[in-house]
Design a protein around this ligand. Structure first.
Ligand SMILES: [Ca+2]
Ligand SMILES: [Ca+2]
Ligand SMILES: [Ca+2]
Length: 466
């Protein structure tokens, strides 16, 4: 029998009335004589831009911790650390960045290279500057990092003045990270740029995608823990940049990229169903409408980030892509699209930032935690629209990116963009990773006066058992 019940409130009295059935329940609440005490564990009142389901426990933003030390070259130069990568293995955290001390004083003790790095052995509470990497000044920047299935940490970057790429395997220890000699990819000859790596969590295989300037996006696979890489596969051709790879649960490899940078127009995508041996046709899955980023000293790079749910949960296999664009609302916003069918079809873009301002949001980075929650960090100027004052914000989806919970400010101090030396002063991207219930991020922050790499985690506890 169908039962329709209405909760009707008369003043302080609540009455539950049921129709089309016997009256099951009718009661009157006892009027409250005192105001309830707020529960500090309850989240604050939420806005409703995304119809987000209520969270049970409040997220906790950790302290903002600087990764690099602030030692400069003896002449005062070398102040910029930016364009960040991050990987976590147990209590060891790698925080990597373009380090301009490599430009101005590579020989100064302890020795600097373009792929700067710092490490933490206490889960990111404190960091130490890492010093020389094997290969030293042949490292040429654009760091990216990933954690291997065996707990190793992989750090990639451009090699030898854009003549190759290097992937360096790090072994976490109680004292830090022990680096092997880099594995170099430098043939056939060409101009290499803006690589990114990912690890297939099921096989441990490493995928590295990158730009062959003027040629296209290529991809290499390693099946031996980064000791060697198979010959390249062409992902796409033409004027493209800013690729990002992701591995699916059944050997799929997906790559997303920026079409036409710096005259960027859209987000490209291609799929391999055979572990990167061959790729299907390139498709345009998103649109880029350009907007300026005041304080950034070169054209705005709208590089996408892509990830796949490999948790084994209900959204396993879902693909998520984030980037920034002014298309939806006329100002810079962070948007996401998702595919639930292996990249065949995609959702419409969902604007993740929930502000009501015309401020810009940019440089989104995405990861998926052990619960399948979709975690996104991005720069945000909602508190100071139209200026160079920048914060980092966080947004989480618990429903497979159908909606996002209210955004949370991550930075405890606002950064002023524009300072720095060399280009790009604040980098082309930031990076994040999720471990357990924590979403962790490395970003560029200038609260101390010039660009530095910073790290923090946002812990969003799981809902308590009912
Ligand atoms: Ca600095
Ligand atoms: Ca770069
Ligand atoms: Ca905006």
């Amino acid at each position: 029998m169908k039962v329709l019940c209405l909760a009707v409130r008369y003043g302080l009295f609540l009455t539950l009335i049921c129709f089309n059935s016997v009256l099951i329940f009718a009661d009157h609440e006892t009027p409250m004589s005192t105001v309830p005490t707020p529960n500090p564990n309850q989240p604050p009142p939420r806005s409703e831009p995304n119809n987000a389901p209520p969270a049970i426990l409040a997220p906790v933003v950790g302290p903002n911790v600087r990764c690099n030390d602030r030692v400069t070259c003896s002449d005062g130069r070398g102040i910029t650390q930016s364009e960040t990568a991050v990987a976590i293995s147990g209590n060891v955290v790698l925080c990597s960045y373009n380090d301009f001390r490599a430009l101005y004083c590579p020989s100064q003790s302890p020795g600097y290279q373009w792929v700067g790095w710092s490490y933490s052995v206490d889960g990111g509470e404190t960091f130490s500057d890492g010093g020389p990497l094997p290969g030293r000044t042949l490292h040429r920047g654009d760091p990216w990092a990933a954690t291997g299935a065996d707990g190793a940490i992989f750090l990639s970057g451009i090699w030898n003045d854009l003549r190759g790429l290097a992937v360096t395997r790090g072994t976490p220890t109680e004292k830090g990270i022990e680096w092997a000699q880099p594995t170099v990819i430098d043939s056939p000859p060409g101009t290499f740029d803006k690589e990114a790596i990912t690890v297939d969590p099921n096989t441990g295989d490493i995928y590295l995608s990158y730009t062959r300037l003027g040629v296209g996006i290529w991809l290499h696979r390693s099946t031996d823990g980064g000791q060697s890489f198979l010959p390249h596969t062409v992902v796409t051709t033409g004027g493209v940049q800013g690729s990002c790879p992701a591995a699916g649960p059944n050997g799929e490899v997906y790559v997303a990229w920026n079409i036409g940078w710096p005259g960027q127009t859209g987000i490209g995508f291609a799929k391999s169903a055979d572990q990167g041996a061959t790729f299907g046709p390139s498709r345009t899955i998103g649109q880029i409408c350009n907007f300026p980023i005041p304080g950034l000293d070169r054209p705005n790079p709208a590089f996408p980030q892509i990830t796949v749910d490999n948790t084994g949960g209900p959204n396993t296999g879902n693909i998520y892509v984030v980037w920034h664009t002014a298309c939806p609302r006329g100002n810079g916003d962070v948007v996401m699209i998702r595919s639930t069918d292996g990249g065949e079809t995609w959702s419409n873009p969902l604007v993740i930032n929930d502000d009501a301002t015309t401020a810009i949001q940019f440089y989104p980075t995405i990861s998926i935690d052990d619960l399948g929650r979709v975690n996104v960090f991005f720069y945000d100027r909602r508190e100071d629209p139209g200026t160079v004052m920048t914060n980092l914000f966080f947004a989480q989806s618990t429903d497979g990116a159908m909606s996002f919970n209210p955004n949370i400010k991550v930075t405890s101090v606002t950064s002023r963009w524009g300072v720095g030396e060399g280009s790009p002063n604040f980098g082309d991207y930031i990076n994040s990773t999720s471990v357990g219930t924590k979403a962790c991020v490395a970003w560029t922050d200038s609260r101390d006066g010039d660009p530095d790499a910073y790290f923090t985690c946002v812990d969003v506890p799981d809902e308590p058992p009912v």
